[in-house]
Design a protein around this ligand. Structure first.
Ligand code: 5GP
Ligand code: MN
Length: 338
């Protein structure tokens, strides 16, 4: 890839990159032959794209690399180069483990034990609520996506992204920024996107694959979620619920919920949006969004985490109980803010 010198100049305006920790991680990777990359359960575009982009780069360096995620890659990310290499279980006893985009260890689901058994752990994540705990913690809440951090790491490793790596990282960056419309769309996000497009990522094709197409099951599920729409706090809180029955009738699974919360954002007057997704084991996953209230704090109180404007949590209990609990805590936060 030929670097445009003007784009490079923009990079100097970006928030200070954590050069020391990135250099430490690059040193550790260079000294290692075999690495295992782990990412979070219910993987999104950043989890899949960042892990695959890092894997491809490390393979280019001649490393043996496996990537694992507790859940299979959702269909819409299967187009990513070598997506089929992502495993749902780790093979062997990995010595060097890199966790990507996981805001806490429990987000690794059944793969969490791999961390305990590893010699060296590396954490690359951009969630403000991440408390760290790896041997090498590279946590940067100013990064729009973990893909941004992987990009910086690749520069430190002297890997020039090829078209496949660029496609993976662009997918992560685009999906975590809502295709460059969310609050985290910084100058840095945009100049790295420009670099990735220059390296061969195709924004139109990636958007077509990820954002424009919806499976029939996902479309039906979205309809059921919208039909359940309710408001509280004089319309400042908008929420929708999905029961196990909704999933069954739509023929959908948890991966088909991606994007529904963004539809709730378009309701006029809404300051906080919540999507409750109940599973059949008596647990609810909640997605929270707000342009003005710190939902990462609310999610953290519920045992979850995330970013100021986009967060989530897994809450034990029946849907009605969890709904009341969450709505009360959001109402309190809104009252405090009002
Ligand atoms: P989403 O609502 O799209 O599932 O997630 C929004 C943000 O919150 C993401 O950055 C995600 O990593 C984080 N998040 C979602 N669910 C959980 C959860 O159960 N626990 C934690 N710690 N973070 C979550
Ligand atoms: Mn992310």
């Amino acid at each position: 890839m030929s670097h445009n010198p003007e784009v490079k100049m923009q990079s100097e305006l970006a928030p200070a990159v954590q050069a020391d920790i990135i250099a430490d991680i690059a040193r550790c990777i260079k000294a290692t032959n075999s690495l295992t990359i782990l990412t979070h359960q219910q993987p999104d575009g950043d989890a899949v794209g960042s892990s695959l982009g890092l894997r491809l780069a490390l393979v280019k360096l001649g490393k043996q690399v496996q990537v694992a995620c507790p859940n299979p890659v959702p269909d819409k990310y299967q187009f990513l180069p070598e997506a089929e290499t992502i495993l749902t279980e780790v093979s062997g006893q990995p010595q060097v483990v890199v966790a990507v985009d996981a805001d806490n260890w429990s987000r690794l689901g059944g793969l969490e034990a791999v961390i305990q058994d590893a010699n060296t752990t590396i954490l690359i994540d951009h969630h403000a609520t991440n408390a760290g705990g790896a041997d090498l913690d590279y946590i940067d809440p100013t990064a729009a996506a973990s893909a941004v951090q992987i990009y910086h790491l690749l520069l430190a490793l002297d890997v020039v992204p090829d078209a496949d790596i660029a496609t993976c990282l662009y997918c992560g960056l685009a999906t975590d920024t809502g295709f460059f419309t969310f609050e985290n769309t910084t100058p840095e996000a945009l100049w790295i996107a420009a670099e990735l497009v220059a390296a061969g990522a195709n924004p139109h094709q990636i958007a077509q694959q990820v954002a424009t197409r919806l499976s029939l099951a996902a479309a039906i599920l979205r309809g059921r979620a919208l039909a359940s729409l309710q408001t509280a706090a004089d319309g400042r809180l908008v929420y929708a619920t999905l029961t196990p029955r909704d999933f069954a009738l739509a023929g959908a699974d948890q991966a088909d919920t991606e994007g529904i919360i963004d539809t709730l954002k378009s309701v006029a007057g809404a300051e906080v949006m919540v999507l409750f997704k109940a599973d059949s084991s008596g647990c609810c996953h909640i997605s929270l969004r707000s342009p003005s209230l710190d939902v990462a704090r609310i999610a953290a109180q519920l045992g979850g985490g995330g970013h100021q404007a986009a967060a989530g949590a897994e809450v034990a209990g029946s849907l009605p109980t969890v709904t009341v609990k969450v709505i009360n805590s959001i109402q309190q936060a809104l009252n405090g803010k009002a």
